[in-house]
Design a protein around this ligand. Structure first.
Ligand SMILES: [Fe+2]
Length: 453
């Protein structure tokens, strides 16, 4: 079959045999994929004339001169060049999707915060209009820092598309299933999976099973990468093969369409007369991917104490200071607890990094109550936190037999920059005003006498 015999509007995708149908395994690989045979030039990027009358175009996710091991770009072979996928821009307001810096003098971000889940409203909300920013950090225009969002989505985008020049999005679903129809292929996403949507990638989001709710980390800075494992070696934690990048898929559809653009913290719309998802073939290493969190292989204590929570880092986005992340994405999932003579939950601490957590499902061991699926918490730069009294007393007196933390999955977006609450986070009525009281009943046990109390 050639493209000429395809009905207008049909989505045509390449096929892949094997266990990852529709996806290609690997993190940051140099992929190649074509939805029509012979659409991808071989041995060169820019032939004088491309097959099928396609246009060749490069999408660069890093500066041309980035070191070769960090250089990311993808060559696209598309029905129209991207200059046809935008026209004049018009500024619009998307009132709940905020960007840094956003420091409201009326809003206090100093303290320990926790939120109950927010239900998806009944009003129609798309990926763009349903985004609710919780915190911002750094500065979007200097490409440092991040924003954390909840998405509350109940409506598919129809003849609407979106791209952000402000950063990549790390998507963490908590309820419902979404389809991301992107320039480079289709990603279906459900809870317990995550997706990374690169800066500049054009896509449309459809609701496969709604309403859909989840969390998003908008990374203004350098791209997410896999953390170095150091002495752990070549395996465990997140393994490269478990990341999946979609095969090429394109739409040849003529219809009045809107493209929404987030750029320097501002929103814009531009109108065109066709689908911009028209990449028939591509090759390169700048592409969206998804990852199943259930394939994360945790490593931890096997005799006493436990390592810092960085041991659970799935992805890390570097900052300019070595070892100090712009963002770490950290996963607390099912695992065995076996440490001897050890207080097993996370210890009390203060941290230069700012920690925003979300619960995907189950019970989190440091907070048996109050931090529930769909809920979030924030422990900002140098704000003390740790187990509540129930967790402390339980763990201090438990018989230390091997125990499985089961049916639990929470995560953390951790950044080197202070996180500032948005007006919505401060006033949405879901903040737990009594959160700080969870430590109120912790007892003073010290009385000057020696011995176990
Ligand atoms: Fe912490």
């Amino acid at each position: 079959m050639t493209s000429h015999s395809l009905p207008k509007g049909m989505i045509r995708a390449a096929s892949v045999a094997g266990p990852h149908e529709g996806y290609m395994p690997g993190f940051g690989n140099d992929f190649e994929t074509e939805a029509l045979p012979g659409a991808l030039p071989q041995g060169m990027n820019s032939p004088q004339k491309c097959n099928y009358g396609l246009y060749g175009e490069q999408l660069s996710g890093t500066a041309f001169t980035a070191p070769s091991h960090q250089n990311e770009r993808t060559w696209c072979y598309r029905i129209r060049p991207s200059v046809k996928h935008t026209h004049r821009f018009k500024r619009i307001q998307v009132p709940h999707w905020k960007s840094a810096p956003l420091i409201d003098p009326e809003i206090m971000s100093l303290g320990q915060y926790r939120w109950d889940p927010v239900a998806v409203p009944s009003e129609p909300l798309t990926w763009v209009t349903g985004m609710r920013t919780m915190t911002t950090a750094g500065d979007v225009s200097t490409q440092t820092g991040m924003a954390s969002h909840m998405y509350l989505v109940n409506q598919s985008m129809q003849d609407e598309y979106f791209f952000s020049a402000d950063g990549e999005l790390l998507v963490v679903p908590q309820e419902g299933r979404l389809r991301f129809c992107t320039e480079l292929g289709i990603i279906d996403l459900e809870p317990r999976e995550i997706a990374i949507l690169p800066r500049g990638l054009v896509y449309r989001v459809e609701v496969l099973e709604g309403p859909a709710r989840g969390f998003v980390c908008e990374n203004y800075g350098q791209k997410f990468a896999l953390p170095g494992r150091g002495p752990i070696g070549a395996n465990c934690m997140a393994n490269r093969r478990d990341f999946k990048t979609p095969v090429a898929a394109f739409e040849d559809r003529d219809a009045p369409s809107k493209v929404y653009v987030k750029w320097a913290g501002m929103f814009h719309v531009t109108e065109i007369d066709h689908s911009p998802l028209d990449v028939v073939a591509w090759h390169g290493n700048y592409a969206p991917c998804k990852y199943d969190l259930r394939t994360y292989c945790p490593v931890g204590a096997i005799l006493f104490d436990h390592p810092d929570p960085s041991i659970f880092t799935v992805l890390t986005a570097p900052s300019g200071i070595e070892g100090t992340a712009n963002i770490d994405f950290v996963l607390f999932r099912e695992r065995w607890m076996v440490a001897e003579n050890t207080f097993r939950p996370p210890w009390y601490h203060k941290n230069v990094m700012s920690e925003l957590m979300g619960n995907i499902y189950g019970v989190y061991d440091a907070k048996p109550k109050g931090f529930v699926p769909g809920g979030m918490s924030l422990h900002n730069c140098m704000i003390p936190h740790g187990p509540d009294r129930n967790a402390f007393e339980g763990a201090s007196n438990a018989a230390l037999k091997p125990e499985k933390l089961d049916e639990t999955m929470s995560f953390m977006f951790e950044t080197r920059f202070p996180q500032h609450l948005t007006p919505w986070a401060a006033t949405n009525g879901h903040a737990q005003e009594d959160y700080i009281d969870c430590w109120g009943s912790l007892e003073k046990k010290f009385d000057g006498t020696t011995g176990i109390k």
